[in-house]
Design a protein around this ligand. Structure first.
Ligand code: NCD
Length: 304
């Protein structure tokens, strides 16, 4: 990979690139605790056109732990893009003059790629519509490796909104580089894009589609839950028809392997019952911290 320029899509990364980022992340564990000045003087601009808690704050925490500085608008409505109709291209042409790297989240598919085309500084995709969320996939892989010791050989169930969920799109593409078994479990109408299933199968992965959460949680190492992406549905009645369909309760956790783990990119709405949080399988809040670690590695590889 040499030096990483932009991070837009999982498509742009090879297995070697991904493994390098994961290995580099492991090195960041101690730096995250001690803090460092490695990115002293560097500035990261956050352009979040959509809501965020973890992605933005973990990117900011990562940059601050490396000694860098952060800037960004608090709310897109108060920016010129939101309030006055400024184009994305003009926003990028402006922000590239204020910072060394841009982290962008936008409601449109392809937005991060467009931003990178206009930008003279590196761009990191922090979520582009329902298309992709590559840094989330990297922290998900890192979480699997950290908690289970490896990725190759794992059996992984991706559950919930596989149609509009951008995290599972990036994760599915990334998993195609590993020797894993994948189960896909989605409510009717929210199945994984055929192109991504095709990519996984072409890579030789054993992929099955199941209809229930019960089938999804049995005999796997990782259960990856996702939120039904209400904001992406063109018609709210379609959302009402599927909401609450997949709900992980203690009953399902009892069907899981004892050493299996439950991951979730968060936020959760109702797809994981709060009593599941106390089970040894629940790892989604540990996963949150791995976002800081992985994003430190990404920022270092781009700016270091
Ligand atoms: C995800 C997203 O924004 O795509 N959140 C995150 O970044 N951790 C998942 C979601 O919103 O459901």
């Amino acid at each position: 990979m040499g030096r990483l320029r932009n991070l837009i899509s999982m498509e742009d990364l090879t297995r070697e690139d991904i493994d390098l980022i994961l290995d580099y992340s492991a090195k960041m564990e101690s730096v995250a605790v001690k803090r460092s000045k490695e990115l002293d003087g560097k500035i990261m601009a956050c352009l979040f056109f959509e809501p965020s808690t973890r992605t933005r704050l973990s990117f900011e925490s990562a940059m601050i732990r490396l000694g860098g500085s952060v800037l960004g608008f608090a709310d897109v409505a108060t920016s010129s893009a939101g309030g006055k109709g400024e184009t994305l291209a003009d926003t990028i042409r402006t922000v590239e003059r204020y910072a060394d790297v841009i982290v962008i989240r936008h409601n449109l598919d392809g937005s991060a790629r467009v931003a990178a085309e206009f930008s003279r500084i590196p761009v990191i995709n922090a979520g582009s519509g329902s298309e992709e969320h590559p840094t989330q996939a990297l922290l998900d892989l890192y979480s699997i490796k950290k908690l289970k010791g490896k990725i190759d050989g794992m059996s992984i169930s991706l559950c919930g909104d596989l149609k509009y969920g951008r995290t599972v799109h990036s994760l599915g593409m990334a998993l195609a580089h590993y020797k894993v078994t994948v189960k896909l479990a989605a409510p009717p109408g929210l199945r994984m894009k055929p192109a991504i299933i095709g990519e996984m199968k072409k890579a030789g992965l054993h992929v099955t589609e199941v209809d229930t959460l019960e089938e999804a949680v049995k005999d796997v190492d990782v259960v990856y839950m996702t939120r039904i992406q209400k904001e992406r549905f063109p018609d709210i009645r379609e959302y009402d028809a599927v909401k609450g369909k997949f709900r992980l309760r203690l009953d399902e956790v009892r069907m899981m392997r004892e050493d299996a783990i439950i991951l979730h990119p968060l936020p959760r709405v109702d797809e994981i019952e709060p009593e599941v949080d106390k089970t040894p399988q629940a790892k989604y809040f540990d996963q949150v911290y791995n976002g800081v670690i992985t994003r430190m590695a990404i920022l270092k590889l781009i700016l270091g």
